[in-house]
Design a protein around this ligand. Structure first.
Ligand code: ZN
Length: 404
């Protein structure tokens, strides 16, 4: 989610509800023993938007009363989240050679910035590539940093660049974002290709060949259907919800959820589109600034954060409660089964609701699922096992040698 194309910011934001976070303050949930011992992964972390901020460090603890970052190493290390997929998100511009070139430079810089940040804190977090890496890092007492791509727009008119990103460690790639691109139709745009474009079909083959996991969040229904039919490996949705519980094109309907499960895939449940997005002109303007927060000096950042939090106090971005989140999550689990659900809150990219404002609140989900009767084994699957299984499946279908 988050920031939209520079040339169509308003439309994309309104269509999509890209967004950043939420209200100040939040009672950190106590990390019960179950949550602490689980390997917990989130499949869509937009936190790299903060990595380049002047005066801000991923290694320091931040308070949401004075900052807007929804996670950092100390809050993860408290036992709330062991890791996840840090996204190389690229806002979409024009589908032209110049647009592609500019986007590619952006994506390469963001990918490098993630690598540099992980390296800088290498005693606390490690780069993960394949499925075996996450449990190994956890065993060594480190957090886990996989890398993903949100929006394949920077690849331009060739899928060959996917292999470059694969060599740089990317293992999960979303085909499209809030507007149609050269590969596929978006859930929040009018059909152009009626699914995947011819280039999009090449993209699927190349993803399978490279052993990378296909991410269908933001894809239109027709794209979802075609990805499911054409991919040789299971797919996942890194941050999506239930259309039966809130009718929005970004959410997946129950029939498709069953097909996804039957094909071995998983839906990583998110905090967005549980209810209406409250996106007025003021929020829209702030949103754009948040996406560029790394270009602001500390005083400008503080001003932005104050205005963001003031707006949250009167008009939260999402009109949704933690109870709605749990009801929709339980619905998704009941339809898909515990082998086909995972988590992708969309922190630092528009996610977060009252009661689930930041990473410190994640143990609440575990507590509630335990209360609903789910076993520790079920929780382990949903918090990481299913995602790691899908990574392994992608690796099994990889037909190149020396994937790293
Ligand atoms: Zn998104």
């Amino acid at each position: 989610m988050k920031r939209a194309a520079p040339i169509a910011l308003s439309a994309a934001l309104l269509a999509l509800g890209a967004c950043q976070n939420l209200p100040a303050g939040d009672a950190a949930a106590p990390v019960d023993a179950t949550h602490r011992k689980l390997l917990t992964l989130d499949t869509h972390l937009d936190s790299p938007v903060h990595f380049g901020r002047q005066g801000w460090s991923f290694g320091e603890r931040h308070d949401m009363r004075s900052d807007i970052a929804q996670l950092d190493l100390p809050r993860m290390e408290d036992g709330n989240l062991d890791g996840g997929f840090f996204a190389v998100f690229t806002p979409q511009g024009p589908l032209t050679p110049d647009g592609y070139a500019q986007a590619l430079r952006w994506a390469q810089a963001r990918s490098l910035q993630i690598d540099q940040t992980v390296t800088r804190f290498g005693d606390r977090i490690g780069a993960a590539r394949d499925a075996v890496d996450a449990p190994a890092l956890q065993a060594s007492g480190k957090l886990v940093a996989y890398k993903s791509i949100e929006n394949s727009y920077p690849l331009g008119d060739s899928v060959a660049l996917l292999s470059d990103f694969q060599r740089q460690g990317v293992r999960l790639v979303g085909v499209v974002h809030t507007a149609n691109n050269q590969f596929a139709d978006s859930a929040t745009d009018q059909p152009r290709w009626n699914g995947l474009s011819p280039l999009g079909r090449d993209w699927v083959k190349e993803m399978n060949r490279l052993g990378m996991v296909i991410d269908a969040s933001h894809a239109s229904d027709a794209v979802f259907d075609q990805l499911l039919a054409q991919s040789r490996a299971p797919i996942l949705l890194s941050h999506s919800g239930s259309r039966a519980m809130f009718n929005h094109p970004r959410n997946l309907d129950d029939a498709r959820l069953r097909k996804l499960a039957a094909a071995g895939g998983a839906l990583c449940f998110t905090t967005i589109y549980l209810g209406n997005v409250q996106m007025g002109p003021e929020r829209e303007a702030l949103f754009d600034k948040v996406e560029h927060i790394s270009s602001l000096n500390p005083a400008e950042q503080a001003d932005l954060i104050a205005r963001w939090n003031a707006l949250d106090a009167t008009t939260p971005l999402w009109n949704a409660s933690f109870e709605q989140y749990m009801a929709a999550l339980l619905h998704v689990i009941s339809v898909a089964g515990v082998d086909h659900v995972c988590f992708g809150a969309d922190f630092d990219g528009g996610g977060g609701i009252a009661g689930l404002e930041q990473v410190t609140a994640l143990p609440r989900i575990t507590q509630r699922l335990k209360g609903a009767g789910y076993s520790d084994a079920d929780l382990e699957k949903m918090w990481s096992g299913n995602v790691l299984r899908i990574l392994r499946e992608a690796e099994r279908h990889r037909t190149i040698t020396g994937g790293d």
